[in-house]
Design a binder for this molecule. Structure first.
Ligand code: NI
Length: 194
């Protein structure tokens, strides 16, 4: 995602741990449109999913990842918007309690590589979620973190940032990514860059 673009904040792996990385789905994969199910138990399996998601996000590199993007349809999001990549956050069953104002930011997405577009979202939010230890918490966020949380919750609802763009633009992005997936071409060398 944004600022200059959310993707560009993480450029190195944070932990020295060996964790296998998860495969990220790319737009327009229909699995990205699924509505994720609530998590009812934060058990060891969930913790290892969270850790794998974090490693996958840092390696990508990205600053947010929803379970939907790794084809796991449970309501789990990981985020780290810190410049040092040292502040991992986990949001299980996240819910936005309050939102205020309107802001614009350039967004990107690990499932839509090479595409950055300005999206309008709420400026400030209050979110409730469960953390990696299974404890409920509430958090107020603005700026990049607010945008990132809203973007990732959208993923859990099968929504992508390109859905906020015009159908014409979205169609161009879809075609470009389909060619990239089909031909394995270098994204930067494909024409019709949106
Ligand atoms: Ni995304």
């Amino acid at each position: 995602m944004p600022c200059p673009s959310l993707l560009e904040f993480c450029n190195r792996n944070r932990l020295g741990l060996t964790v296998s990385l998860l495969d990220i789905l790319y737009y327009p994969d229909s699995q990205l449109r699924r509505n994720a199910a609530p998590v009812d138990n934060v058990d060891g399996k969930m913790v290892s999913l969270i850790d794998q998601m974090l490693e996958t996000m840092y390696a990508a590199p990205g600053i947010g990842l929803a379970a939907t993007q790794v084809n796991i349809h449970q309501r789990v999001v990981v985020i780290d918007v810190s410049e040092e990549n040292d502040t991992p956050m986990t949001f299980i069953n996240p819910e936005i309690l309050l939102s205020e104002g309107v802001g614009e930011m350039q967004e990107g997405c690990l499932s839509i590589p090479g595409v950055y577009e300005t999206v309008k979202r709420s400026e400030q939010i209050k979110v409730a979620a469960i953390d990696r230890e299974g404890n409920p918490f509430e958090l107020e966020a603005d700026g990049l973190l607010s945008v990132c949380i809203q973007h990732e919750i959208d993923h859990l609802n099968g929504k992508l940032f390109v859905d906020y763009l015009s159908p014409l633009k979205r169609n161009r992005i879809r075609k470009r990514l389909e060619r990239w997936i089909r031909d394995g071409a270098d994204l930067d060398e494909l024409p019709d860059r949106p």
